[in-house]
Ligand binder design. Structure first.
Ligand code: ZN
Length: 231
């Protein structure tokens, strides 16, 4: 195997390593991504707070109404028991009971509104709770499949790292440095020469150059500096 071919193989391994490392990172990102669940949980917490508030207002309204009804009952029994003989007092009591009764209807209407608000919020809480259950099931499933995928990719990565070490040991460290530098600056360090042209920059490679490359010398393209590889 010529040096250029060894470097070309190394580059293939490195490219695959990069791709698999990115894949692993994506899997890890997805494994830790619980944003949807966190958002739904904060939503239900807010809805439950609203529900508590609405229920409290409903209770207050019920008490006010009961209080009013109790007052009316008391005055009514006073009026009809016949214990009060004083006509002025009777008139006052009748006035009072009339005023109290006029307050009952609006209170009842307000209570109905509050009750329907409570029902509405309860329905919302129910929907969000279902959504949370769904997200939790999804989360568990994806943790399982992604976990499997992760260990598969890790196995592949370990194999690639092993391959890389073997290849690297066969190559002169100075050549490896040149290779690494080229990969760092232009992504690709080794390019094929096809139909006499460098596949890195598409410039025609002088015959003497590609002949040397074919013979196994380490030749860099005069135009793009990439290492030339001829099959
Ligand atoms: Zn070139």
């Amino acid at each position: 195997m010529s040096l250029a071919e060894q470097l070309y193989k190394l580059q293939q391994v490195d490219t695959e390593l990069q791709r698999r490392q990115q894949e692993l990172k994506d899997i890890e990102d997805r494994l830790s991504d619980d944003k949807a669940l966190v958002a739904a949980e904060s939503e239900i917490a807010e809805q439950k707070e609203q529900l508590e508030d609405a229920k409290k207002r409903q209770k207050d309204s019920e008490w006010e109404l009961e209080d009013l009804q109790e007052k009316v009952r008391k005055i009514d029994s006073k009026l009809y028991s016949g214990t009060t003989k004083d006509s002025k007092e009777l008139v006052n009591l009748e006035k009072e009971v009339k005023s109290l009764k006029s307050q009952i209807r609006p209170k009842e209407d307000a209570l109905l509104v509050l009750m329907s608000q409570v029902e509405e919020i309860e329905a919302k809480v129910g929907i969000t709770a279902e959504e949370i259950e769904r997200l939790k099931r999804e989360w568990e499933q994806s943790q399982e499949t992604l976990g499997q995928r992760k260990s598969e990719v890790e196995t592949v990565l370990a194999k690639l790292r092993g391959d890389r070490n073997i290849l690297e040991r066969q190559i002169d460290p100075e050549v490896i440095n040149t290779y690494e530098r080229l990969r760092l600056t232009s992504g690709q360090a080794v390019v094929k020469v096809e139909r006499g042209k460098c596949q890195g920059c598409h410039i025609t490679v002088p015959t003497s150059q590609w002949q040397k490359a074919k013979a196994g010398d380490l030749i860099q393209c005069t135009s793009c500096s990439k290492i030339l590889y001829l099959e």
